[in-house]
Design a binder for this molecule. Structure first.
Ligand code: FES
Length: 161
């Protein structure tokens, strides 16, 4: 049996909890009203040559590192388009393997698959996001990496270069 004083306390607790939750819920809308960008595109890295367009069309894929030697990436030629991604799985950081026939980046650790044709979108698996996309510039037969759209897993200096 609950006495009146205890009931009152519970009611007050619930009332103040509801007020607290309302206040917390209001904070994101205030933050959203600010001018912060929520995009994770980073174009401040040094421009770096990936390879030649002719080489990519012939091989279907080119391995490279970007924005530095510790960041493994792959350029692929799918649906007559040049695309490039960090190959590091966004789930827990294993390097994915590119399945050229299916145009999928497949993670051997927990089997997440990413679609190379659809900007690295996650198709199935444990990851919650797509692969980071390497922004490219094509000049004549040369392919250059000029930025990254997304955060590379485990990289503590994603926005430093
Ligand atoms: Fe790739 Fe877990 S690390 S699915």
């Amino acid at each position: 049996m609950v006495n009146v004083e205890e009931k009152h306390t519970r009611r007050e607790f619930l009332k103040f909890s509801a007020l607290g939750l309302s206040a917390v819920a209001a904070v994101p809308s205030l933050v959203a009203g600010e001018t912060h960008s929520t995009m994770s595109v980073y174009e401040g890295y040094k421009k770096s040559r990936v390879g030649s367009l002719a080489q990519l069309k012939k091989a279907g894929e080119i391995d490279f590192s970007y924005p530095d030697g510790n960041a493994l990436c792959k350029a692929v030629y799918v649906n007559n388009e040049v695309k490039a991604y960090s190959i590091i799985c966004t789930h827990k950081g294993c390097p994915t393997v590119y399945n050229k026939e299916k145009a999928l980046f497949e993670c051997p650790c927990h089997f997440t698959k990413y679609d190379a044709k659809k900007d690295g979108q996650m198709v199935i698996g444990h990851a919650t996001g797509r692969l980071p996309r390497v922004l490219l510039e094509i000049s004549g037969d040369d392919i250059f990496a000029i930025g990254v759209d997304g955060l590379i897993f485990g990289r503590i200096n994603n926005n430093v270069g």
